[in-house]
Design a protein around this ligand. Structure first.
Ligand code: ADP
Ligand code: MG
Length: 568
C-alpha cells in the first residue's frame, strides 16, 4: 500500500479571499505592500474588484462611502505600521459618521513585535486601533478567518454602524489548512442588522406628543438616509403635512423642492417649534445640542435612534423611540389613523412668509453674471445643470464650497450627497467620489474648494486609471476660506491661509488622461459641466473664483476662537 495522496491545502491569503467572497464582499480599496501584496492579487484574481489607491486614508474614505450607500461594509486594505496609521483616521471618521466599513491591515510577526526586538514596521496595531474603531480584532490562526470576517461584518453593521479593524499578522498569510476543513468552516454571516421595531408604547407616546403640538417639526438626519427609510419618511410627511428639515446628507430623501422643506427658514423653525421629531440625527454641535438661544426654550424632543445610548447626550429627550428607522417609521405611519398629527396653520403661514422673505434676499445671486465668479453664481450654474441630471451623485468638501453648495444645489434623490460629515473632514470629496462611482456605477460630481482638494488630490490618478465616471470640480478662490489674506508680519511669505489662485487644477486631471476644462464664467460652468457629465470617463473642471469670495470658516465662524489681546 502506497502512502495516501497528500491532502490538498489552502493558505491564509487564499482562505481570506474566499471568506470575503463567501460573505458577498465585491470591492476592496487599498494600497498594497509587505505583507499583503499577494493577498490583494489573489483577491482580485478571485473576483473582488481591487481599487488600488494612493493613500490609505482615501481608501478608507472610499470604503466608508460604499458602506453608507449600500448598507454593507466597504472594505479596505493597508500594509503594516505606516500604512496602517494612515488608514486609522478614516476608520475613526467613518465611525463618527456611523458608516460601516472594515479595515484590513497586514502586520508584522507577533513575537518579535511583542518583545520589541525591532521588527520591520513593528507595531502592536490592534492596540493602536482600539480607540479609533468600533471594534478591533486580530486573527492569529487560519481556521479563525471565517469567524474574524463574520464578526467584522456583523459588528460594522450592528446598531449604529461604524468602522471595524482586522489585524492580519504576516505569519497568518502563510499558515495552511486542509481544503476540506477550510470549506466546512466557511459559513457566511447571516441575520445581519435585523429590523428592530420600537415598543408600541413608545410609538403611541411619540404620536400623542406630536398630536398635542401646535408647531411640530421633523428633523431628518443621515441615519434615516443610511436606513433607506425614504418611502416611510415621505409617507409620514405626506400624511401629516409637517414641515421638515433635512440635515446635509439627508437632503434628497424627500426632494429638496418639496413645499414642506424648511431649508430657507431653519432658524425660525428652531426658535418656534414646540415638539421636534428627530429621525436619525444627533443633537450635537450641528444642531446646537438642541438647547440654548437658537431653540425654543420649551421645545420637547422625540428622538428615533437605533442607539439608546445616544438619548440624552446633550439634553433631556421627552420621548425616546429606540429602533430601526425604517421599521419605526412604518409603525409611526400605522399609528397616524389613531393619533392624527398636523401643524397649526398659523405656524405654517409664518414659516412660508419667512421662506419667501429669505429667498427674496438671495434671489439673483445664483443667476448673476458677475466675473470673476463667486461661490453663489458658480454653484447656481452647477445647480441648473444638476436639475437636469438628478441621478448624478454629489460629493462635496471645503468651507464655503461646502456650505454654499449644500444651500444652493438641490437634491432630488436619497443618498446622493456625501460630504464632510459629523467631523467636518476635508479631503473626503475625492475618495467618496471614487467609492460612490465604484459602488453604484453612476456618474459622480465631486466639488471641492481648492484647499480641500489638496488633501487627496492625487486620487485623480486612481479615478483615471480605473476610468471612473467622475467629474472633479475645484472652486479656486486662492486659499483656505479665501485668497486675499496677507502676512500680518514682515516675512514676505504667503499668509497661512493662502494658496495659488492662478493655478490650473484641471491640468492635474489632464496629466492622467481626464478631460480638462477651465471655467471663468457661469455660462462656462454650465456648458462644461453638461458636457463632462455626458462623458463616460473622468473629467476635471477648474472653476475660477474671485479671491475675495468666501467667509472665514464658512458658516461656522462662531466656532473659530478669536484672539482677545494683541493685534490682528
Ligand atoms: P446628521 O449628521 O445627519 O444629523 P447623525 O450622524 O448625527 O446625522 O445621526 C445619525 C443617527 O442615526 C445616529 O445617532 C445613528 O445612531 C442613527 N442611525 C443610524 N442608522 C440607523 C437606523 N437604521 N435606525 C435608527 N437609527 C439609525
Ligand atoms: Mg448630526
Amino acid at each position: 500500500q502506497t502512502a495516501a495522496e497528500p491532502e490538498q491545502l489552502t493558505d491564509g491569503m487564499h482562505y481570506l479571499a474566499e471568506a470575503l467572497l463567501a460573505n458577498g464582499v465585491k470591492h476592496m480599496y487599498g494600497v498594497v505592500g509587505i505583507p499583503v501584496t499577494d493577498f490583494a492579487r489573489i483577491a482580485q484574481a478571485r473576483g473582488i474588484r481591487f481599487v488600488g489607491m494612493r493613500h490609505e486614508a482615501d481608501a478608507g474614505n472610499a470604503a466608508a462611502a460604499e458602506g453608507f450607500l449600500t448598507q454593507f461594509p466597504g472594505f479596505y486594505l493597508t500594509v503594516s505600521a505606516p500604512g496602517f496609521l494612515n488608514g486609522l483616521a478614516s476608520l475613526k471618521e467613518a465611525t463618527e459618521n456611523g458608516w460601516p466599513c472594515v479595515m484590513l491591515a497586514g502586520s508584522s510577526v507577533r513575537h518579535t513585535v511583542d518583545l520589541q526586538e525591532g521588527e520591520y514596521e513593528g507595531l502592536d496595531q490592534r492596540a493602536y486601533a482600539v480607540p479609533f474603531a468600533k471594534d478591533a480584532f486580530r486573527i492569529d490562526k487560519i481556521e479563525d478567518i471565517p469567524l474574524g470576517v463574520e464578526r467584522a461584518i456583523r459588528i460594522a453593521l450592528a446598531g449604529r454602524p461604524g468602522g471595524v479593524y482586522v489585524d492580519l499578522p504576516d505569519d497568518l498569510m502563510g499558515q495552511t489548512l486542509p481544503i476540506g476543513q477550510a470549506k466546512a468552516l466557511l459559513v457566511p454571516a447571516t441575520h445581519l442588522a435585523p429590523a428592530m421595531p420600537a415598543a408600541q408604547a413608545s410609538i403611541d407616546e411619540a404620536l400623542e406628543l406630536l398630536a398635542s403640538a401646535k408647531n411640530p417639526w421633523v428633523l431628518i438626519g443621515k441615519g434615516a438616509a443610511y436606513a433607506q427609510a425614504e418611502d416611510e419618511v415621505r409617507a409620514f410627511i405626506d400624511a401629516t403635512g409637517l414641515p421638515y428639515q433635512p440635515m446635509s446628507m439627508a437632503k434628497g430623501l424627500i426632494p429638496d423642492d418639496d413645499p414642506h422643506c424648511t431649508a430657507s427658514c431653519r432658524g425660525l423653525a428652531m426658535r418656534t417649534a414646540d415638539v421636534v421629531l428627530v429621525i436619525g440625527a444627533r443633537l450635537n454641535w450641528m444642531l446646537n445640542y438642541g438647547k440654548g438661544k437658537h431653540w425654543n426654550p420649551d421645545v420637547k424632543f422625540i428622538q428615533i435612534d437605533i442607539d439608546e445610548e445616544e438619548i440624552g447626550s446633550a439634553r433631556p429627550i421627552a420621548c425616546p423611540v429606540i429602533g430601526d428607522i425604517k421599521t419605526v417609521m412604518a409603525q409611526m405611519n400605522a399609528g397616524l389613523a389613531k393619533h392624527p398629527v398636523h401643524a397649526s396653520q398659523a405656524w405654517l403661514d409664518q414659516l412660508a412668509a419667512d421662506t419667501a422673505k429669505n429667498n427674496a434676499r438671495f434671489a439673483g445671486k445664483e443667476t448673476a453674471d458677475t466675473v470673476p465668479m463667486d461661490h453663489f453664481n458658480a454653484l447656481g450654474a452647477v445647480n441648473r445643470v444638476l436639475a437636469k441630471n438628478p441621478d448624478v451623485y454629489l460629493t462635496n468638501d471645503g468651507a464655503n464650497t461646502l456650505d454654499d453648495c449644500r444651500d444652493i444645489v438641490q437634491m432630488k434623490l436619497p443618498r446622493h450627497r456625501l460630504d464632510c460629515g459629523t467631523w467636518g473632514v476635508m479631503g473626503v470629496a475625492t475618495p467618496y467620489a471614487i467609492g460612490a462611482a465604484v459602488a453604484t456605477g453612476k456618474h459622480v460630481l465631486s466639488i471641492s474648494g481648492d484647499s480641500a482638494y489638496g488633501f487627496a488630490g492625487m486620487e485623480v490618478e486612481t479615478a483615471c486609471r480605473f476610468h471612473l465616471p467622475i467629474t472633479f470640480m475645484v472652486l479656486n478662490n486662492g486659499g483656505i476660506y479665501r485668497g486675499d489674506f496677507e502676512d500680518l508680519g514682515t516675512s514676505g511669505d504667503p499668509s497661512p491661509l493662502t494658496l495659488d489662485a492662478t493655478a490650473h487644477y484641471e491640468k492635474l486631471g489632464e496629466a492622467f488622461g481626464a478631460k480638462g476644462y477651465y471655467a471663468t464664467t457661469p455660462a462656462d460652468v454650465e456648458s462644461m459641466l453638461t458636457e463632462a457629465l455626458a462623458l463616460d470617463g473622468p473629467s476635471f473642471i477648474h472653476v475660477q473664483l474671485s479671491i475675495h469670495s468666501g467667509k472665514e470658516s464658512g458658516h461656522i465662524g462662531d466656532l473659530n476662537p478669536k484672539p482677545l489681546f494683541g493685534p490682528l
